[in-house]
Design a protein around this ligand. Sequence first.
Ligand code: CA
Length: 228
Amino acid sequence: MSFKVFIIEDEKALLETLKLNLELERYHVETCSSGDLALAQIKTYNPDLILLDIMLPVLNGIEIYKQLKDQEIATPVIFLTAKNNVHDKIEGLKLGADDYITKPFDLEELLLRIHNVLKRNNPQKQDLTLFRFDNCEINFSTFQVLTVNGKREDLSKREIALLKLLVDNVNNVVSRDEILDKLWNKDENPSSRTIDNYILNFRKLFEINQKDPIHFQSIRSVGYKFCV
Ligand code: CA
């Protein structure tokens, strides 16, 4: 089953790029470039997620969002905000938006945020198991990964669980304590080296240059961060 995403964005080039990339990720996509037409289309299409630009002609994103709430349409919304418009961002989150992303944004980060919002809102749907970044792939249900060298490898349950935890918190630090708490039993007592070894292995699998990692970063005395 594919998720349906509805994009409201008046920058045509950005709209086309988003549509194309979401379709490559096997989402169904419909789009709209004018605020006043959005609501009727949302009702017809009944999407699982809405990407909503704030600065739109006729009716802006915040107004559209208020109308959705007024009509009790509970579809999760990710706002697309202009870089400097902190006010819009705060306004959107105050109203209860699920997330926002600042333009210009990294496509992979947006895809991850979409993935996470959909997962939060659809815990019963199991088809969001494949995560791609660069040329790599992680399959959270088969525990198989495609490495930076194009090889398929099987990982352990704990390795996949750690990848999942890091990916779910993309671009944010996950503390050592949280990792130990979630992935190890109290009586196992792993040394701090243990997690380091997992991270070293992830770098071997997924980093072009293990000595200068882009994706799997250690934050000294705090924890680890997965970055895209
Ligand atoms: Ca706009």
